[in-house]
Design a protein around this ligand. Sequence first.
Ligand code: GDG
Length: 498
Amino acid sequence: SDAPAGDQRDEEPAVIVVSNRQPYRHEWDGDEVTVSRPTGGLSSGLDAALREVGGTWIAWGDGDADKVVVDDDCVTVPPDAPEDEQYTLNRVWLDEDEVDNYYYGFSNRVLWPLCHNALTTVRSNVQYWETYRDVNEHFADAIATRASADDVVWLQDYHLALAPQMLGSRLSEDVSVTQFWHIPWPSWDTFRACPHAEELLRGLLGNDLFCVHVPRYRKHFLECVDAALPEAVIDWSTGQVFHRDGTTTVEVFPLGVDLDRIDRHASTAEGREGLESFVADHDIDDDTELLLSVDRLDYSKGILTRLFALEHFLETNPEWRGELTFVQVGTESRSSIPAYSELQTDIGEAVARINERFATADWKPIVYTTDYVANETLYALFRSADICLVTPLRDGMNLVAQEFVAAQTDADPGVLVLSTMAGVHDLVGDAAVSVAPYDTTQFVSGIEEALSMSVDERRERFRELHGEIQHYEVSVWVNEVLDRITSLATSDREQNRV
Ligand code: GDG
């Protein structure tokens, strides 16, 4: 590779991570620059991997247009790390129309609802589609500029479904391309509602390796290819698709969390103090059982159905009034899309109504905050929760369920109430208390079961959950995907030599 010196460490191939969201954000105020650090588990997992192997991260330079430097495409990150732990962050700059049509438009008004089986929420138009294609071209151009022989290009998620095929004509054969699809892949009967189904599938088949969280999504993806691209030949046992642009292998790599980091954060002084202030600021009575949910405010997360179930629980279990507090942390998301702003209004109204109905002079059942909670505080909050309600209507994986388990301790573990519709449910199954999120009666039984569970049973379930999620800790996941794409490239090279 002709990558700059220091970009490839330990003889590993250089990795080019490509995602919509950037791992670091630089903001200028006069001469002062503030760099915000990655917060999500995925972003810090990939950041750690790049720091180790070196390379580049290409992402949209999201930020306040007046404050970001738009004349500088590449910066070295993390700013305060030793040189041999840094990598290049390469920004793709988008104008307002592009953001509206590519990000808020095709990505989040077509692909997101489509993949979450929310067909009545899909809004598609030609402007969205054309801009999505153009932005994928911008990303493909940026990748082509950075990639050299034997590099691995690792794309993330549904914002970049067309870029892999676009790379075909831009990159030499010895660059490997892989993509991780973080959200569900729906059945063909749903996916065919998309007017661009075939182009999207062809786009993704530009990958050498296409990865999803659970076997269900792999099966659905292959069925979509089978239905939409009649010339494609599928080996159902290996997940290989032979198509007109080459071969794509479709595999399952569940993503987990950083267990040690969460465990450590949950018990730091910062975490404990953050938790104390959180409890004080929101007037939470320490003596009540703490039920917790943490979500982006997204209709796929099932927040409203959860609130209705809690209301029904309080109605039918009057002895629990005054004895429990439900904390909903809901960070604002995609608010310029009507389906999201309407959801925010509906949640606010439901919380107010339920609190008004059941609150007493010194107790209210629901604490709802849209404020961003610092990591340490959040993990301490997970640790102190007696029950975590993770009840999406549909979810690719759901990392919150795993974070809650990671923050619990063996002595007196809390209970995970988990929707059967989350990808993580396919993995942990009945170690959690399973609920069908749409069914209020079953949901209420789940809460009752969790509240009355003996410590022995809680411990048994906790051990099973914790044992399971260790298999795909984020660092393991990163290494497994990179090893797999590297071994596919090696066997490809060997076959070509024969
Ligand atoms: C997509 C897929 C898949 C939330 N509020 C705060 C905060 N968070 C953190 C949580 C968790 C993350 O955000 C949300 O992760 P999820 O997995 O629940 O969901 P999506 O954002 O929808 O992500 C999903 C994931 O990709 C990974 O593949 O699991 O299915 O939809 O980490 O803790 N973190 C902090 N403060 C908050 O207020 N610090």
